[in-house]
Design a protein around this ligand. Structure first.
Ligand code: FAD
Length: 639
């Protein structure tokens, strides 16, 4: 067996974005030893890229805001498919998590009277996003890293070693979770730089690996988003839910081609920017769907009045939930009213003075100037949908973050349920804080009650080693497959056939193509040594992308309705019979392939919403989503 570096920790957190770091802090506060492992540099995660802000009903910009309104907005955004308990915990706890960040040293933008400033975002009734210009995620990560350093200093004072309780393993990729009798026993991976193999023995793993966007060609996501946590969970026996729901953010850059997909924050629209087609028309007024009729402004004058004072008018349809705006842009472009490069215009230049734009949106100003030679204080941006966020993820217990495999926990974008069929902007950063903390607590409680620790079996370690090194083996047949070629074909397939608008025959075609790619994957071969070898890294990531793409495609085929981030051209409306159905992806027990195993997708019902939460909604609103039978228990039913 290849030489193996070994470590022993109470808890191993995989991922050092917002969810991972918050879990680390919590597990350490509970007195446990924690390893945090990340395949990127420490501090480089998607959380750093988050621009617009973190949603929490602190009521600083409008004191009418409260957790109940945030809860209702989140459920509406997710088209009532959300795990309601997660949505409740999230709405109740987000303000405390933001205030807590201040105690760690976060410096949010302020209101004139010195409170944390909050900005408008799509689907949120009140200005709710705590922010730091358009660099909020950076502040979140900076602050939590600072907190971790302060905890390490406390540990040094107590033990003489900074790393007794928290140790960071950066640029280290986990490729397998190891179990003993179905319980977590360890995590196996490799150092990206040296190619050395490493084993973490641990009874508890918190997955916080983020999303899956790199399976798509046009995406706002960077190289780390290859669905690793989703795939690790599946392979270890956990389940995934909601995988058919992908968020295509309405505003990615469309030009030049080298930057296509890079995000343009919703904060541009939150601060007053408007979408226009090539006729100069603010087209979003034509796209208010029936479920939101009456809740959005119907004229430009009313929309602009709302921006000045959101109590005296209805909100602008430019800030409808993301799925609605993305579909509207798609329609405009299809109807020939798009821009030269296949997007629509996003205009902030005509809406506020140049210096105000630079003050509020410094990153956007810089991004467009540097990458597209566009001055957003003088001309409109060209934007279009980009694959941004996966609502689907590891099925977890809402209160503890526990997956179905004992010892496995998940939080953040790699977990599923919280956002239902569509996430509201700003609800991810708050999700990371609320559920990162809860997963850290859940993992600690699990470890503390163990009487003996599971140990990884030597045969499993050997098999994990063999699988990790398989791409260096000579191909079974022919010349071998190049991982870059397969990746590019996968991205094109998902983009073209399981993208923003889906059709049955196209999804079936994608599933066939995925089966072919899976067969070809068996011959993936890489050259060179194990020392910093990106081809090898991609070859391993590719197995994860193939597996999660199959989950997306199979679930997209089964769900014969359109809801949130899943639009079926052949089943255009929402179907109340589907509202409460989860599609649960699991490993096919008959599978023989260790690298890209087969999956099953099975419908399951969710627990009905607690009565006091159901009563927060008017019956007339719920009737748009629920079946009659489900509403029989509503307090207003039959009155
Ligand atoms: P991440 O922050 O992505 O962290 C994942 C971690 O897992 C990384 O450290 C990575 O290295 C590690 N990892 C992955 N696989 C492995 C492996 N196999 N082994 C070891 N480590 C691994 N949301 C908002 O709420 N508000 C916003 O304003 C906002 N703006 C956004 C802007 C952009 C450009 C993008 C891309 C997203 C934005 N989002 C926003 C979404 C939000 O940033 C993400 O959903 C969130 O940061 C995900 O956090 P996470 O902790 O789950 O994962």
């Amino acid at each position: 067996m290849s030489e193996l570096e070994q470590h022993d920790y109470d808890v191993v957190v995989i991922g050092a974005g917002g969810a991972g770091l918050r879990a680390v802090i919590e597990a350490r506060e509970q007195g446990l030893s924690v390893a945090v492992v990340c395949k990127s540099l420490f501090g480089k995660a998607h959380t750093v890229m988050a621009e617009g802000g973190c949603a929490a009903s602190m009521g600083n910009a409008n004191e009418k805001d409260n957790w109940q309104t945030h809860f209702k907005d989140t459920m509406r955004g997710g088209k009532f498919l959300n795990n309601w308990r997660m949505a409740e915990l999230h709405a109740r706890e987000a303000p405390d998590r933001v205030w807590e960040l201040e105690t760690y040293g976060a410096l949010f933008d302020r209101t004139p009277d010195g409170r944390i400033s909050q900005r408008n975002f799509g689907g949120h009734t009140y200005p709710r996003l705590a922010h730091v210009g358009d660099r909020t995620g950076l502040e979140l990560i900076r602050t939590m890293q600072q907190k971790i350093v302060s905890l390490q200093q406390e540990d040094f004072a107590a033990t003489g070693d900074y790393e007794t309780r928290i140790k960071v393993f950066a640029e280290c990729t986990i490729t397998e979770l190891l179990t003993e009798n179905g319980r977590i026993a360890g995590a196996f991976g490799y150092w990206r730089e040296s190619g050395g193999l490493v084993l973490f023995k641990t009874p508890a793993v918190v997955l916080a690996t983020g999303g899956i966007g790199k399976s798509y060609k046009v995406t706002s996501n960077s190289w780390e988003y290859t669905g690793d946590g989703h795939a690790l969970a599946l392979r270890s026996g956990a389940t995934l839910i909601n995988m058919e729901f992908l968020q295509f953010h309405p505003t990615g850059m469309v030009w030049p081609p080298s930057v296509k997909g890079i995000l343009v924050t919703e904060g541009v629209r939150g601060d007053g920017g408007v979408l226009k087609n090539s006729d100069g028309k603010r087209f979003m007024f034509d796209y208010i769907p029936p479920v939101f009729k009456g809740q959005y402004a119907e004229t430009e004058a009313e929309a602009d009045q709302w921006l000045r004072d959101n109590d005296s008018a209805r909100r602008t349809p430019d800030l409808l939930p993301r799925d609605e705006v993305a579909r509207a842009i798609n329609e405009e472009v299809k109807a020939g009213r798009g821009t030269e490069h296949g997007g629509v215009y996003l205009d902030i230049a005509s809406r506020m003075p140049a210096e105000e734009i630079v003050r509020r949106l410094p990153s956007m100003h810089h991004q467009f100037k540097e990458l597209a030679d566009v001055d957003i204080t003088a001309e409109p941006m060209e934007v279009g949908p980009t694959c941004h966020y996966v609502m689907g993820g590891i099925e977890v217990d809402p209160d503890t973050g526990a997956a179905v495999v004992p010892g496995l926990f998940a939080a953040g974008e790699c977990s599923g349920g919280m956002h239902g069929s569509n996430r509201l902007g700003g609800n991810s950063l708050s999700d990371l804080l609320v559920f990162g903390r809860r997963a850290g607590l859940g993992a600690s409680a699990y470890v503390q009650q163990l009487t003996e620790r599971p140990a990884p079996a030597p045969a499993d370690i050997e098999a994990a080693t063999k699988t990790a090194l398989a791409p260096f083996d000579p191909p079974a047949s022919g010349a071998g497959e190049n991982p870059y070629t397969l990746h590019s074909e996968l991205q094109q397939t998902m983009n073209d056939l399981v993208g923003i608008i889906r059709k049955e025959h196209e999804v079936r075609e994608a599933i066939e193509k995925l089966a072919q790619l899976r067969a070809r994957y068996a011959d993936v071969t890489v050259d060179g040594s194990r020392q910093f070898n990106p081809g090898w890294h991609l070859a391993l990531d590719l197995a994860n992308m193939l597996l999660v793409s199959e989950c997306v495609a199979e679930a997209a085929l089964l769900r014969t309705e359109s809801r949130g981030g899943h639009t079926r051209d052949d089943h255009p409306g929402m179907n109340p019979d589907w509202r409460n159905k989860l599609l649960v992806c699991a490993l096919d027990p008959a599978t023989a392939d260790r690298r890209v195993p087969g999956i099953t997708v099975t419908p399951a019902d969710q627990t009905p919403m607690r009565e006091d939460l159901l009563a927060l909604f008017e019956l007339s609103e719920l009737e748009k989503y629920y079946t009659e039978r489900e509403l029989a228990d509503h307090p207003a039913a039959g009155s």
